[in-house]
Design a protein around this ligand. Structure first.
Ligand code: NAI
Length: 475
């Protein structure tokens, strides 16, 4: 088995944590039981690009339990939990000397070159051109296949320019090596039945590609299952934003001024958590609806410019770029904490910060840097501007990820087994499946549902067994 992880001797610790996580992931375990006999993913070759954590290990082993062959990478250079990666490679029945699990190419602290090398490895299938399914988070695996196929059609790979970010130079370098007359990426793309996408940012990319007529295979937008974005993005971040801040800095949050940029699902969870710690939370928004929601939830809403000099903690949650600029950071208080929990690292202008005249970077510990300005004052930047909850802590806890990942498994089964029902487009799962995911998590929390009577169901125009809301309902 080919794989590359940090240290297989961590597998035993990983396996212990996987065992604990399984108990906290009732949705995934119920799916394992439901499909144990029918093996709906037999024949599926699933390439996954999603944070290689303990929770993801339970996802991977669920896909395998349903019959799939799997190869995996992390979708972020800092988010791998090395004991989880080791345990997945070793597998439940293997040993470090005789690994019997799944090929994983991921370790905490990859360089960008290593990151994209890993993605290429996981897309390279022994005995086949590539995978027949992708499970993506942020869209990097989907991007690589699409760009490779696009440049093979054009017959050349354009050079990256000085205006392009460093990462694009790495991607172009990889494609210049791998785009050949054999049309490797085109063949990989042709073999893929579909992709299921985990997050807001990746979903945004998919809709863009489809709008521009570039999407090469169908996609299921897992993010917009209600049981994903209204739970993982919100309640997951409500937990892990504090975890990230605490593990990185251990600074008391109560009484501090915290700015949350963006009041979407992630921003709502972060603002709530920071308020829960006793911070005075200020929100920035561009959308009048979300700004009004923040105001009615009791937060001051203003521009970053207005408060950049008085806040102690900054968290970007927008999925947009250049939210905190180098100029903003220069004007912040001494030892202000700057962090991003959105998918990509361009929410904070790290390149601009590094170019500030007289600036000095002092590494405090992995994923925590103090940047000292020429005048002697400094700021603390978490995870080099990348998702701080996964870079500085361990991401979302198992229970909330069970909701997200149960959607992922159901979406993989849909696209793999009913390929003809899904011509190229971006889909969301039907509401009855969303309700099913929620239902699978109720018992564990001791929730007792009220049963509709036949008459009540008729009165509000639904079936007794659901779905209970029209598709346009927003929760
Ligand atoms: P969303 O679309 O619900 O929220 C983003 C909000 O930012 C929107 O309300 C938008 O109006 C606002 N915004 C955009 N530009 C802005 C600007 N210049 N200033 C202030 N506000 C601005 O998206 P969601 O689901 O909250 O996701 C946000 C990001 O977090 C995405 O990149 C997503 O992929 C990522 N994500 C990260 C997770 C993690 O564990 N770190 C978990 C889930 C999502």
């Amino acid at each position: 088995m080919d794989f590359k992880v940090a240290d297989l001797s961590l597998a035993e610790f990983g396996r212990k944590e996987i065992r604990l996580a399984e108990h906290e992931m009732p949705g995934l375990m119920a799916i394992r039981r439901e499909y144990a006999a029918s093996q709906p993913l037999r024949g599926a070759k699933i390439m996954g690009s999603l944070h290689m954590t303990i929770q993801t290990a339970v996802l991977i082993e669920t896909l395998v339990a349903l019959g799939a062959e799997v190869r995996w990478v992390s979708c972020n250079i800092f988010s791998t939990q090395d004991h989880a990666a080791a345990a997945v490679v070793v597998g439940p029945d293997g040993t470090a000397d005789d690994p019997k699990g799944v090929p994983v190419f991921a370790w905490k602290g990859e360089t960008l070159e290593e990151y994209w090398w890993c993605t290429e490895q996981a897309l390279t299938w022994p005995g086949a051109d590539g995978p027949n399914m992708i499970l993506d988070d942020g869209g990097d695996a989907t991007l690589l296949v699409h760009k490779g196929a696009e440049y093979e059609k054009a017959g050349f790979v354009p050079d990256a320019t000085d205006a392009d970010p460093e990462e694009w130079h790495v991607i172009i370098g990889l494609l210049k090596r791998t785009v050949t007359d054999e049309k490797r990426w085109t063949r990989i793309a042709e073999g893929i039945k579909g992709v299921t996408e985990e997050t807001t940012t990746g979903v945004h990319r998919l809709y863009e590609m489809h709008k521009n007529g570039q999407l090469l295979f169908p996609a299921i937008n897992v993010n917009d299952s209600v049981t994903k974005s209204k739970f993982d993005n919100k309640y997951g971040c409500r937990h892990s934003v504090i975890d990230g801040l605490n593990r990185a800095t251990d600074v008391l949050i109560g009484g501090k001024v915290a700015v949350v940029c963006g009041y979407g699902d992630v921003g709502k969870g972060c603002a709530d958590a920071l308020r829960g710690q006793g911070a005075r939370v200020i929100v920035t928004e561009i959308d009048p609806i979300c700004a009004l929601q923040a105001a009615m939830d009791g937060f001051q809403v203003t521009t970053l410019e207005d408060v950049v000099g008085i806040a102690d903690i900054f968290v970007t949650t927008t999925g947009n770029f250049n939210i905190i600029t180098a100029d903003h950071m220069a004007r912040m208080k001494h030892q202000a904490i700057v962090s991003n929990i959105g998918h990509f690292d361009n929410e904070i202008d790290m390149a601009g910060l590094a170019k500030t005249p007289g600036i000095e970077r002092r590494n405090i510990k992995p994923q925590v840097d103090e940047w000292v300005f020429a005048d002697g004052h400094s700021i603390l930047v978490l995870a080099e501007g990348r998702l701080m909850n996964l870079g500085c802590a361990t991401g979302h806890p198992s229970f909330v990820m069970s909701n997200s990942f149960t959607n992922q498994v159901i979406a993989q089964i849909e696209l793999f087994t009913k390929t003809e029902d899904y011509p190229i487009d971006v889909y969301v799962l039907p509401k009855h499946l969303d309700e099913k995911v929620a239902r699978l998590h109720l018992d564990a929390l001791g929730v007792k549902l009220t049963q509709l009577t036949k008459e009540q169901a008729a009165y509000i125009g639904v079936h007794v067994e659901g779905p209970y809301k029209p598709d346009h309902y927003r929760y």
